[in-house]
Design a protein around this ligand. Structure first.
Ligand code: DX5
Ligand code: ZN
Length: 235
């Protein structure tokens, strides 16, 4: 049984206070940091590259969960490995050969994740499930933080649980986008184990409390599967 892990998404940090926000996340009990890399081509936004990942890595002992929203991930595997990524996740919708990219990440001694956008059927990743460490199911259209969680994606999470059991696979199931102490209920009930949370964590004055709220709600959601999720509150 995989415990719930919380991965604050650095995209929602205050970049003017990156050192302080990374420290807040580490001291607040994060299990890893999620780092979104966008190239302005695969998604309609640009974030940052290996130099910033290396900076983040120098500021924390937490493993970096690097999410490559880029069209050609293979070009940058070495750069992000050298920058200190612990895990490299790329998209099945990218333009590179998927199997080759997976093999290159494995050869670099990093864990490998594969991600699916909301409109991509989960069947797109099926052939690779035996080779990956992590399956990232997007719960928003990738490109921006602060979007609304898409509950329809929970069918994919449930399917991923079933395929893992049937195939004897080992991947963790990660969800990314719009996660907060309310939406974590359907997510963990469907079977998600790695919870990426940007806005809900970094916008909270007490980041440790935000992470604890996520853990408490995950536990409550799993403890009584008939209990209704609490009403969503703003902030
Ligand atoms: C979306 C990114 C996510 C997202 C998380 O493209 O991959 O990591 O920004 O941020 P919130 O939690 O604000 O949706
Ligand atoms: Zn992400």
């Amino acid at each position: 049984m995989n415990p719930i892990r919380v991965a604050p998404s650095v995209i929602a940090a205050d970049f003017g206070y990156l050192r302080a926000d990374v420290a807040r996340a580490e001291q607040g009990g994060a299990d890893m940091l999620h780092v979104d890399i966008m190239d302005g081509h695969f998604v309609p936004n640009i974030t940052f590259g290996p130099a910033i990942v290396q900076t983040i890595q120098s500021l924390t002992k937490l493993p970096l969960d690097v999410h490559l929203m880029i069209s050609r991930p293979r070009k940058f595997i070495t750069a992000f490995v050298e920058a200190g990524a612990a895990n490299l996740t790329f998209h099945v919708e990218c333009e590179d050969d998927i199997r080759t990219a997976i093999d290159e990440i494995i050869s670099s001694n990093r864990s490998v994740g594969l991600s699916v956008k909301p409109r991509t059927p989960l069947s797109a990743v099926r052939d690779y499930l035996g080779a990956i460490d992590r399956l990232l199911i997007m719960t928003v259209e990738p490109g921006f933080g602060g979007q609304k969680f898409m509950p329809d994606m929970m069918a994919k999470v449930e399917q991923a649980v079933t395929w893992r059991r049937e195939g004897g696979f080992k991947y963790d199931i990660e969800v990314d986008g719009g996660l907060n102490s309310h939406t974590i209920w359907p997510a963990v009930r469907a079977g998600a184990e790695v919870i990426v949370a940007g806005t809900s964590v970094f916008s909270h004055a007490d980041l440790g409390q935000a992470i604890q709220d996520l853990r408490d709600n995950a536990q409550a959601a799993l403890a009584d599967l008939d209990a209704p999720a609490p009403e969503e509150t703003s902030g």
